[in-house]
Design a protein around this ligand. Structure first.
Ligand SMILES: C[S@@+](CC[C@H](N)C(=O)[O-])C[C@H]1O[C@@H](n2cnc3c(N)ncnc32)[C@H](O)[C@@H]1O
Length: 276
């Protein structure tokens, strides 16, 4: 099996929509029109959750009417937030078919279908016209991508000149061990964590000028510690949460990320680059 097929298998369960509908019913939210904030514990699949997405929105300098590409959009939490809070027209792209179909359903349930669309494809072969986007974002996807320069070239081709591209990823620092399972991979075969230098070089090679680089490790660690303490204090996890996406290995995955951040094996870095 090639890496992309294996990555799709890592994320898909075949039962995600069913599990989400049951969790919505258990939290008394079935049938109601939902807001991106209500779904955030479930659909913001990255360190820092909605807070991190809000910080990314600032770096992207969003405003109504902009066309924004979300590369590796997952089940669409950030995409719906950018549309609802900033009035953007968002196109989400993801490898995992099940995530794309759940993303569409949640977008109907939030009443955002006129502003947000989803497409199933690899980030290396995005199905869009050249120079058709004002902004692009890629959140916690690079850890699954070996050819980062290839993805950045594809994104560069889709952006208009001076278009902004924000990336938020976990990058390799120090010599501490990488621990699996991690939220993005069960083992080394589908994990392509790289150093910040590799991102800088790949961005430059793809025709981007790095404008800003922000270390979000400290706020990410604080966020994860709070989330894990809340889980430990409760008898059971709240119905809507990332455990619906990560499954039974959720506690081990979260603990491994926390340990890697605390030991300095990983840092959480946000890059903002301009299409030169
Ligand atoms: C950790 S999730 C993050 C989802 C979303 N960006 C978020 O922050 O909520 C990583 C996502 O990247 C997608 N992905 C991984 N490799 C990809 C690729 N080569 N092309 C498109 N999507 C990819 C996975 O299917 C998964 O949905």
């Amino acid at each position: 099996m090639n890496a992309e097929a294996e990555i799709g298998r890592h994320y898909a369960s075949g039962r995600l929509l069913e599990a989400i509908l049951a969790a919505l019913a258990a939290s008394g939210k079935q049938g109601a029109k939902l807001t991106p904030e209500e779904l955030a514990p479930l659909d913001e699949f990255h360190l820092g959750g909605l807070e991190a997405t809000q910080a990314i929105a600032e770096g992207l300098e969003l405003h109504p009417g902009l066309r924004l590409l979300d590369v590796g959009c997952g089940i669409g939490g950030p995409a719906r937030y950018f549309a609802a809070a900033h009035g953007c027209q968002v196109h989400g792209l993801d490898l995992t078919e099940e995530f794309v179909s759940v993303a569409r359903r949640l977008t109907e349930m939030t009443g955002l279908t006129e502003r947000v669309e989803f497409h199933q494809a690899s980030a290396l072969k995005p199905p869009f016209f050249a120079a058709s986007f004002d902004r692009a974002v890629m959140i916690h996807v690079g850890m699954n991508v070996s050819d980062k320069a290839g993805v950045f070239r594809a994104v560069r081709a889709l952006l208009k000149p001076q278009g902004r591209f924000a990336i938020f990823d976990l990058v390799r620092t120090g010599n501490g061990a990488l621990r699996y399972p991690a939220p993005w991979a069960g083992g080394e075969a589908t994990s392509f964590v790289a150093a910040a230098d590799a991102y800088r070089e790949a961005l430059a090679a793809a025709g981007f000028r790095l404008e800003q680089e922000t270390d979000r490790t400290a706020s990410g660690v604080a966020f994860l510690r709070r989330a894990m303490a809340a889980r430990a204090a409760a008898a059971a996890p709240p119905p809507l949460g990332l455990h619906l996406l990560m499954g039974k290995r959720t506690p081990a995955m979260l603990q491994n990320v926390l340990t890697m951040l605390e030991e300095g094996a990983l840092s959480a870095i946000e890059f903002v680059a301009l299409a030169a």
